[in-house]
Design a protein around this ligand. Sequence first.
Ligand code: OGA
Ligand code: MN
Length: 299
Amino acid sequence: MVTITQLHPHFMAEIGDVDLMTPLSGVDVSDIETAFHQHSVLLFRDQPVTQEQQVEFSKHFGPLIPTTNYHREGEKNRLRRELADVSNIDSEGRLLAEDDNRRLHSQANQLWHTDASFKHVPARCSLLSAYEVPPSGGETEFADMRAAYDALPDARKQEIEGLVAEHSIYRSREQMGFTGYNEVARAELPPVQQVLTRVHPGSGRKTLYLAAHASHIIGWPVEKGRRLIEELIAHATQPEFTYRHEWRTGDLIIWDNRCTMHRARPYEDLAHRRDMRRSTVSDEVNTVEAARGAYAKAV
Ligand code: OGA
Ligand code: MN
């Protein structure tokens, strides 16, 4: 039987007495799923999984999204296709240079976000494993969007009910100072619509659905929508709703992208290695379509 230790008053739990390097029993899988629905972010310590073991464990949560890593032309992938390379090292084991594209793009992880909300069907959950961690910095922070929703005044809850936001990867990139993407790049990842609040399927609780990728509210003047999104992100990332994880080698964390946000904290990446690997599990439908479907069933 796995053990479950809550790490924060609202969310986050550590799962013990489990070995992710071996196939799990049905009971363990089901206990982990239940804990995931309740606590949203689960930490497993001392799990130095291989790439294959990480992929196998991840598949318990749904189909994996193949990754699009940024590499210099002709460079080999360091990791298998199911794993996103969240490290600062290249396929030869060298630290990425200051002007390396992959390094620059990964800096957007330092903005509060939820993974792949800029895709029509976003990510359900992500699993990040730590192979090598820097001596200081490089923590990951998580924010509980269900607790943040609960804490909103009733008038605010009513005002945002049913709103839809436009999400685009170029919105978060723009905030990092990257602009000037050409039409071809923009056509590859066109903006998508996602609900601003949703019912979290695992728990039935209402949650905010926010990210640095969210640019404005559909049907509202752009600036007004942007202000609302900024205000809600500021509300949802107050200390009482957040948890900071200091990584140790062998840690693996799974988070629920449907009801949490996360961000990476800076570290001296030109001097120290940080080797992290992420598997990403797809959701089933776009959030606006899911909400319409629920409405269709209700009437
Ligand atoms: C990610 C991510 C945060 C970190 O991999 O999706 O946001 O701390 N990572 O590396
Ligand atoms: Mn992320």
